[in-house]
Design a protein around this ligand. Structure first.
Ligand code: C5P
Length: 394
């Protein structure tokens, strides 16, 4: 469950901080990588050396030192989940109010990963209206909370405020990362980006596809719980969260990767695959000969991935293709749907700024007819398409 996940463990000041060592050990044993950030208070209770030994990773405790080593934004973006254990009243207050005056609070403000807090404090502090309000604000923002438990405290007092046991926190992390949503249990194969068709070792033929739309669709399907294999041509897009990315260059490699990814329930072929490749790739760089004419490139047809997947023995139940046209968009899309044997076509007019841009106006062509969607950000097109796919699969 947690195998291969990156967990950022934020340890703030509490006598219970020693339990963070056991939590880090459990995470590593489960195949996760634990990265630790210590607040100044946390460093009073556990040492950097102990944490580094248990996690096998460099431990960060200073905003400016971390800046030189990794950068607080990278540290905030790298984990699949951020776990604050123990979470002191002070750190919870900082989180609730968006303060960012040390490494821990800065990372917590900068992260987009799900966050789990395991509070630990004296019962009076836990019951204080300020702490209650801070917790309520964090919960409302989607922060998950585990504990605190009741029982004997370090002081001769007892009541709520005891840090949850490491095993309990571990289970809460697993629950936080468990996929949820209408597409849980479904496998989707998504293609994205252009393909590069080599001419010689240094030259290739490509197109202007950025991969923005395809990557957004892969991320949107994963957000609904699908297991997603994204077969991507050469792009500069970051890998969408929770998606397995297979990188390819040519159309033939893309086809092989798609077939290898089957069986799947859903295929969304959003890549701008080159229709032709150079028939014979030169082994050596083509030389410009003085006085000689420019070379003529003989082209060969590439395989059609969408048509191949649509006719495959392991055809996904729903196959969605894309049609990028510069004229009579919908007519072409309707014809393409029939010709390729896919279920839906998402058609767009690429005569404007769609390729490489952030917005898209598409038409969804299905057996039932044509829907015209308004122009919206590519992320919204992706979310809406993923939602439609989930309804179709239900
Ligand atoms: O035929 P055309 O290239 O316009 O069709 C576009 C659709 O077909 C897109 O979904 C694209 O990903 C897919 N395609 C493909 N393999 C090709 C060419 C296009 O999968 N060789």
């Amino acid at each position: 469950m947690l195998h291969g996940k990156n967990i950022l463990l934020v340890i703030s000041g509490s006598i219970a901080a020693y339990k963070a060592l056991e939590l880090a050990r459990l995470l590593r044993k489960a195949g996760a990588t634990a990265h630790a950030v210590l607040t100044a208070g946390g460093a009073r209770f556990v040492t950097k050396e102990a944490l580094a030994g248990i996690t096998g990773q460099r431990v960060h405790d200073d905003l400016w030192a971390a800046e030189a080593e990794i950068g607080h934004i990278r540290l905030a973006r790298l984990p699949d989940a951020v776990v604050v254990a123990p979470a002191s009243a002070d750190l919870l207050a900082k989180m609730a109010h968006g303060l960012a005056d040390d490494l821990a609070s800065t990372v917590l403000l900068a992260t987009r990963a799900p966050v789990l807090v395991a509070p630990a404090m004296n019962p009076a502090m836990w019951e204080h209206p300020a702490t209650r309000a801070n917790l309520a604000a964090l919960r409302a923002r989607g922060v998950a909370v585990v504990g605190p438990g009741e029982g004997a405290m370090a002081e001769p007092e007892s009541g709520p405020g005891r840090l949850s046991e490491p095993a309990e926190i571990f289970t809460a992390i697993a629950a936080l990362l468990a996929p949820a949503g209408p597409l849980v249990g479904r496998h989707a194969v998504v293609t994205s980006g252009p393909t590069h068709e080599p001419i010689d070792p240094v030259r290739y033929i490509a197109n202007r596809s950025s991969g923005k739309q395809g990557h957004a669709i892969a991320g949107a399907l994963a957000a609904l719980g699908a297991r997603v294999t994204l077969v991507s041509g050469p792009v500069v897009q970051p890998d969408p969260r929770g998606v397995t990315v297979v990188r390819v260059e040519t159309a033939r490699e893309m086809l092989a990767a798609c077939e290898a990814a089957l069986p799947a329930d859903i295929a969304v072929m959003a890549a701008a695959v080159a229709d032709w490749r150079v028939a014979r790739e030169a082994d050596q760089k083509l030389k410009k000969q003085p006085g000689a004419a420019a070379p003529t490139l003989e082209m060969a047809l590439n395989p059609d991935i969408l048509a191949t997947v649509s006719a495959h023995a392991q055809r996904p139940r729903l196959v969605v293709g894309f049609a990028a046209e510069t004229e009579t968009v919908v007519q072409h899309a309707v014809a393409k749907r029939a010709r390729k044997g896919c279920d839906w076509i998402v058609a767009n007019d690429v005569s404007g700024d769609v390729m490489g841009g952030d917005a898209n106006a598409v038409h969804l062509v299905t057996a039932a007819g044509v829907e015209d969607w308004p122009r919206m950000p590519k992320a919204d097109v992706a979310a809406r398409l993923a939602q439609r796919i989930a309804e179709d699969m239900a």
